[in-house]
Ligand binder design. Structure first.
Ligand SMILES: [Zn+2]
Length: 446
C-alpha cells in the first residue's frame, strides 16, 4: 500500500514537471514585492523563466510565454511557514482541552503512527499549506521512530511539491533518545532543489544532565559539520532554556529559536547579536497556554518569522488566521488601534520567514533572481467584498482566507490554479487522511 502510493506519487510529479511551462507571464496584478522597500506595483507583470523571476514591470513584452491573467488579484510571494510539525495533521479534533491536552495526546498517538501514517499526515498537511498560499515550510519532524519514518516524511514533502526544510528530529518529544545521525547524514546528501535537511534539536530536559548534553552536543556538531540549519524549541522552562543557549554559546546564524513567547529583552538581544533567528507561532502558543504572543516584543530581532506549529494544533494551515491573531493581540495588548502595520505583518509571513530559515536568497520576496514562489489572491468572495480602495495590506490581513488563494506557484510550477490544487484527487487525499487518523486512534486504545 505504502510503496504503491509512493510510486504513483512519483509518476504524478514527473508528469506535472514535464507539463510545467519554462516561460510564464503573470499579467496585470497588484504586485506586493516584499523587497527591502516593500515596493508595490498597482498594475504590473512578472516574467518567469527557468523557474526564476527574471523581470517585474509594467506591460512586459513576453511573446510565447504562458500567460496567467492576474487582473483584479493581489500577487505576493508565497507565505513562509517557518515552523510546523506536519505529522500531527491527522490529529484534527484530538486536542480537546480538558479532555485531551496537546502534548500527552500527540505523544500517545504519535507513537502509534507507522511510516504510511506519517506519509499521509505530512502529505495532507503540505497540500493544505499549498492550498493556503504557503510555498515554504520549516518542518520540525520529531516523530522519526526509524529510518522508514524519516524516509516517509521526506517523500511526503517531495510528493506534495512544497519547498521545505525537513528538520530531522528524534523519535518523540522527550530528549531521552538520540537522533539517528547516520540517516540524517544520508538524507542531507541528497541534492534536491525543493526539499533540504535541517536538525530538529532539543536541549536536555534536565539542563544538569551531563550525559544528555554529550548526546545533544554530538547532534549539534554533525549539523554544523554538514552546514545544516537548526531549530530549537524553548518551551516549558523557557527562561532557563533560553539562558542555556546563551551560556553554552550555542546561538549562531544557523539557528532559529522557536516559541520564545516570553523571552526577555536581554535574551532577544543575545539572539540578535549572535545572528540567530526567532520564530513564533501565535495560534498554537496561545492555544497551549504559553501566553499572549506579542510580536512587538520581538522588534529587536532582525530574522523573525511566523509559523503554524502543526496544522491540527493551529486548527488549520491558515496563515491568514495567524496574521489576524498576531495583529489583534498586538492592538489589543497595546490598546492602540493604529498598530501593527499590516504590510509589516505580511513581510514577517514572507521575507521574514525566509530569513528565519536561511532561504532569503531563494524565496520570500518577488525580485529578479529569486525562485518563482508566488501566490495570487483574488478578492472574489463575500468576506473580501466591498473594497473600494483602502489599504490592500489591511484587506489581506483582516479579511483574506485560504479560499481566496486562487493560484500558487512553487519554483515556477503551478500547484494551484483557479482555486484548485493541480493534479490532486482531493477526495482520495481526504479519505486516506481520515482512514489513517482512525487507524492510529484505534491502535492507541488497544
Ligand atoms: Zn513546535
Amino acid at each position: 500500500m505504502h510503496e504503491k502510493t509512493l510510486v504513483s506519487g512519483l509518476l504524478l510529479m514527473a508528469s506535472s514537471a514535464m507539463a510545467a511551462d519554462d516561460r510564464l507571464l503573470i499579467k496585470h496584478g497588484y504586485v506586493m514585492t516584499m523587497n527591502a522597500q516593500n515596493q508595490v506595483y498597482p498594475d504590473a507583470d512578472i516574467l518567469i523563466e527557468d523557474r526564476r523571476i527574471v523581470a517585474i514591470g509594467e506591460a512586459l513584452p513576453a511573446s510565447g510565454a504562458h500567460v496567467i491573467d492576474a487582473r483584479g488579484g493581489y500577487v505576493l510571494p508565497g507565505f513562509v511557514d517557518a515552523h510546523n510539525h506536519l505529522w500531527v495533521t491527522t490529529m484534527r479534533g484530538q486536542f480537546r482541552n480538558a479532555q485531551g491536552k496537546f502534548f500527552p495526546v500527540s505523544n500517545k498517538l504519535g507513537q502509534k503512527m507507522q511510516p504510511g501514517d506519517i506519509e499521509t499526515a505530512m502529505y495532507t498537511g503540505a497540500l493544505e499549506l499549498l492550498n493556503s498560499g504557503v510555498t515554504t515550510t520549516g518542518d520540525f519532524f520529531d516523530n522519526i521512530q526509524g529510518p522508514a519514518w524519516g524516509d516517509a516524511g521526506y517523500q511526503a514533502l517531495k510528493h506534495a511539491g512544497i519547498r521545505a526544510i525537513m528538520y530531522y528530529g528524534g523519535p518523540d518529544k522527550t530528549t531521552h533518545h538520540p537522533i539517528d545521525l547516520t540517516h540524517l547524514r544520508q538524507l542531507a546528501q541528497r541534492q534536491d532543489s525543493l526539499v533540504s535537511l535541517g536538525l530538529a534539536w532539543r536541549l536536555p530536559r534536565n539542563l544538569n544532565d551531563a550525559q544528555n548534553w554529550q548526546m545533544r552536543d554530538a547532534e549539534l556538531k554533525l549539523a554544523r559539520e554538514l552546514r545544516l540549519p537548526i531549530q530549537v524549541h524553548v518551551s516549558g522552562d523557557h527562561d532557563a532554556m533560553f539562558n542555556a543557549l546563551i551560556e553554552h554559546h550555542i546561538l549562531a546564524s544557523d539557528m532559529a529559536v522557536i516559541h520564545a513567547t516570553d523571552a526577555t529583552p536581554r535574551q532577544l538581544e543575545a539572539a540578535q547579536a549572535a545572528g540567530a533567528s526567532v520564530v513564533i507561532t501565535p495560534v498554537s502558543e496561545q492555544r497551549v497556554g504559553y501566553g499572549l504572543t506579542r510580536i512587538d516584543h520581538f522588534a529587536a530581532v532582525q530574522h523573525f518569522g511566523l509559523g503554524l506549529d502543526g496544522n491540527a494544533l493551529a486548527g488549520s494551515g491558515d496563515m491568514f488566521a495567524t496574521l489576524r491573531l498576531a495583529a489583534l493581540t498586538f492592538s489589543g495588548a497595546t490598546r492602540d488601534e493604529t498598530l501593527p502595520d499590516p504590510m509589516q505583518l505580511l513581510r514577517s509571513a514572507t521575507h521574514g520567514g525566509a530569513e528565519a530559515l536561511g532561504l532569503q536568497a531563494i524565496t520570500g520576496s518577488l525580485e529578479p533572481g529569486k525562485r518563482a514562489d508566488i501566490q495570487i489572491i483574488r478578492p472574489d468572495t463575500l468576506a473580501m467584498s466591498g473594497f473600494g480602495g483602502g489599504d490592500p495590506a489591511a484587506l489581506l490581513v483582516y479579511s483574506a482566507q485560504p479560499e481566496n488563494v486562487d493560484t500558487v506557484l512553487v519554483e515556477g510550477r503551478i500547484v494551484k490554479q483557479g482555486g484548485k490544487l493541480s493534479g490532486v484527487d482531493m477526495q482520495q487525499v481526504m479519505q486516506r487522511a481520515q482512514q489513517s487518523a482512525r487507524e492510529v486512534v484505534a491502535r492507541a486504545v488497544e
